[in-house]
Structures are given as structure tokens and as C-alpha cells.
Write a new protein. Structure first.
Ligand SMILES: Cc1cc2nc3c(=O)[nH]c(=O)nc-3n(C[C@H](O)[C@H](O)[C@H](O)COP(=O)(O)OP(=O)(O)OC[C@H]3O[C@@H](n4cnc5c(N)ncnc54)[C@H](O)[C@@H]3O)c2cc1C
Length: 381
């Protein structure tokens, strides 16, 4: 990774690795068993400036560039994808609000999100609307001069913990979004445990029953949520997921490298066996390609390059796909040691599958990527 960074970025990466892995390197397994990050960890993310890192400084955030934020996610992903997801969903919500919110949101909501004293989550998915967000049926209705939210959201990352929710709804057939506080009457939060991966991500099902909000809590104009707010949130989310998957794969590769250099079978170390070399080489080569794609996505995002959306999609798609393939190889290479839940690889194997589903499944990303890739070739020839 270091060869792709300038000296300042390298120093930032070192700092992130020391900060995150230095503090939490051996904690992930305990968090996974508890199916939630301890409160101490959530507070630490705020105090260390990670929750507000990528928010503009004008609204109380750290003003970090996409590459700086990416390197943070890489460090978090090495330790725990659940931990990285806390920072990610908070950022998706806060950055969408920073970009499209009102002066009232900037004054009354964003400062606490920027300093990390309140935690945010983003509520899009419903029991019958996942990839197809046009099918959202949660509603915002005006009744006797009151604005009421009704509906159910599922699989909400850190829904068990978040203070402020950005909820996507439809209002008279048009997509809209609004802010709801967890302590608002009419909000009920149920944990959703027993999941394959991201086990410490505090997933929740959140039901809104005649939940009254103030007119200031509406975010964006009517009809704005589906074409503008959701793509903004997903772009930040996909950028973050690509980098956290990269960090996870780096950690797996490091664990494999230690193992194959020392473990012996049939009178040789594992790395001296051809089939092992093949698995390790494929993993290392894809890892290097993944680093390039993540850096390229961040640089395009930072430069506000019109190609940024496609670069981010490509990075998310590729890194999550190879992470899924190579975390399986990592478990294979470690044999029974890789099956232990104490190992980095067992957790990464489960988390990698989930990363190919969140922020757009592989199939949904292919629907955008395939025409973009084909058209790029056609335009060039
Ligand atoms: C751990 C975890 C955390 C999550 N966190 C959040 C969160 O914080 N907030 C939130 O709102 N949501 C969250 N989600 C939900 C997540 O965004 C959805 O699961 C995801 O968008 C896919 O939706 P779905 O599960 O309803 O699958 P569906 O949309 O029902 O898709 C099922 C399958 O059909 C395929 N498919 C669908 N449409 C097409 C098509 N047109 N062409 C080809 N194939 C298609 C999909 O690729 C998939 O393989 C989370 C999910 C998980 C597992």
C-alpha cells in the first residue's frame, strides 16, 4: 500500500494503523460473541475523531480527504468490519445531511454528529424493499397538521445503538427522507441477531408507528430521496466498504503469510509446496490490484472527477468479490487453525460474504458497471 501513497498519506496511514490496531487488535472476537460493540468502543470512535473524520470542517467534522478516510477504513477493516461499519453508516448519514441538509440541520444536528457525541444510522431497507428502493413503503403523512412516519425498516446497522436515524419514506408517491430520533415516541427497536457476518454491527429492525416529526426534520425536496439522497449516501458507503474489505484482506494475507512460512508438512514449509504458492500468489496479486482500485477511487472522489462514481463502483465490486474468494483460500491454507473463531480468517470468511451484499449486491453493481465498461471501450475505439 505504502508505494501508492505520498509521504503525508503514508504518515496518516501509519497513524491510523497505530491508533486502531494498537488499541483493538485482539478485541473483535469478543465483540462478535456479544453481537454489539461495547459502549466504550463507540465512545472511543467519537473521541478519536473517527466518526466525524470525513465530514466537512464547516459542520464540525475533520474535513479528511477521501484518501485519508479510505486509509482509516482500511485500518478499521483490519481489526473488525463491524467496527468499520459503525463509522461507515454514521458517515453515510452525516455526509448526506452535510451535502443536502438545511441550515437548521447544520446548526442543530450536524455538530453532534461531527464531534461523535451522537451516533447516526441510515434506514433504507424494508422487508419487501432491499435492492429495489423504489419499492419503499414506509410513509410520511400529514394528518391534522402533524407529520407522521409509519413503516418498518430491517437490517439497520447499529440500529440498536444509533441516536439519529435518516429514514427513507414515500410521501404521496414521491420519495423523501426525514430525521427521527431514537427516543421519539412511536419508534420501537428490536435487535436482529444470529447473522452470518458483521455480527457485532448491532443490527436492528425499527418500526415507526404514528411517529411524529417536526417539519424541520424533513431532508431534501419531495421526490429528491431516490435520485439524489440515496446515491449520495451509497457513494460514501461503497467507497468505505471497498476500503474496509481491503483492510480485512490485508489482515488475512498477513495471517496466511506467517502461517505458510512456518507451518511444515511433508518435510517442507507450506510455502515450498506448489499448490500453496498458487493460492498465495493469486491472493497477493488480487490484493495489489485491490489497493490500486481503492486509491484510484479515492483520488477520483477527491478530485470531483466525473468518473468517480464508476471508480468507486468498480473498487467496491472488485475488492468485495476477491475478498470473498481469498478469505475462503485463507481458511483453506490455515487448515483447522483457520476454522477457529479466534482466527482472523474465520471471521473474515463470514464477513466477506456479507460485504458482497451490503451497499449494493454484486448483481446490482453489475447492472451499472457492465454498460459503463462496455460504453467506455466503444467510445474509445
Ligand atoms: C449485515 C447487513 C447490514 C445492513 N445494513 C443496512 C443498513 O444500515 N441500512 C439499510 O437500509 N440496509 C442495510 N442492509 C440491507 C442491505 O442493504 C440489503 O440487504 C441489500 O441492499 C440487498 O437487499 P435484499 O437483502 O432485500 O435483497 P434483494 O433485493 O431481495 O435481492 C435478493 C437477490 O436478488 C438479486 N437481485 C435483486 N434485483 C436484481 C436484479 N434486478 N437483477 C439481478 N439480480 C437481482 C440480488 O442481487 C440478491 O442476490 C444491511 C444488510 C446486511 C446483511
Amino acid at each position: 500500500m505504502e508505494h501508492l501513497l505520498d509521504p503525508e498519506e503514508r504518515a496518516h496511514h501509519d497513524q491510523m494503523l497505530r491508533l486502531v490496531t494498537g488499541r483493538w487488535a485482539r478485541s473483535a472476537h469478543t465483540w462478535e460473541r456479544g453481537e454489539i460493540l461495547p459502549e466504550e468502543v463507540v465512545r472511543w470512535c467519537g473521541e478519536a475523531g473517527l466518526l466525524g473524520a470525513a465530514l466537512p470542517s464547516a459542520v464540525g467534522g475533520g474535513g479528511w480527504s477521501p484518501i485519508e478516510a479510505g486509509l482509516m477504513y482500511e485500518a478499521l477493516g483490519r481489526v473488525s468490519v463491524s467496527l468499520a461499519s459503525l463509522v461507515n453508516v454514521h458517515g453515510m448519514m452525516a455526509q448526506t445531511l452535510a451535502r443536502w441538509g438545511t441550515a437548521w440541520h447544520r446548526e442543530h444536528v450536524l455538530p453532534a454528529l461531527g464531534e461523535g457525541s451522537r451516533v447516526a444510522a441510515i434506514c433504507m431497507t424494508e422487508p419487501h424493499a432491499g435492492s429495489d428502493l423504489a419499492a419503499i413503503s414506509a410513509s410520511l403523512l400529514e394528518k391534522a397538521n402533524r407529520l407522521l412516519v409509519n413503516g418498518t425498516k430491517v437490517f439497520i446497522t447499529f440500529g440498536r445503538r444509533a441516536d439519529d436515524l435518516l429514514v427513507f419514506v414515500q410521501r404521496e408517491g414521491r420519495s423523501e427522507a426525514c430525521l427521527v430520533r431514537r427516543d421519539n415516541p412511536g419508534v420501537s427497536i428490536e435487535p436482529m441477531g444470529d447473522v452470518l457476518g458483521l455480527r457485532a454491527a448491532g443490527l436492528a429492525r425499527i418500526t415507526f408507528s404514528d411517529c411524529e416529526i417536526a417539519p424541520e426534520a424533513v431532508v431534501g425536496k419531495p421526490g429528491f430521496a431516490l435520485p439524489v439522497l440515496i446515491p449520495t449516501a451509497l457513494e460514501h458507503g461503497r467507497h468505505a466498504v471497498a476500503w474496509m474489505a481491503l483492510g480485512m484482506l490485508e489482515a488475512c494475507f498477513a495471517e496466511c503469510a506467517r502461517f505458510v512460512r512456518t507451518r511444515r508438512a511433508f518435510d517442507r514449509t507450506l510455502i515450498d509446496h506448489g499448490q500453496v504458492q498458487s493460492l498465495v500468489t493469486r491472493m497477493g496479486a488480487d490484493l495489489e490490484a485491490a489497493r490500486h482500485l481503492c486509491v484510484s477511487a479515492s483520488r477520483a472522489m477527491g478530485a470531483k472527477d466525473p468518473a468517480a462514481t464508476e471508480r468507486i463502483l468498480l473498487a467496491k465490486y472488485f475488492v468485495c468479490r476477491v475478498a470473498q474468494e481469498h478469505t475462503a483460500s485463507a481458511v483453506q491454507l490455515l487448515g483447522s487453525s483457520g476454522v477457529s473463531e479466534q482466527s482472523v480468517t474465520a471471521r473474515a470468511y463470514r464477513d466477506a460474504k456479507v460485504l458482497t451484499i451490503i451497499e449494493g449486491t454484486e448483481q446490482i453493481l453489475e447492472r451499472s458497471l457492465a454498460p459503463a465498461l462496455v460504453n467506455a471501450v466503444a467510445e474509445a475505439s
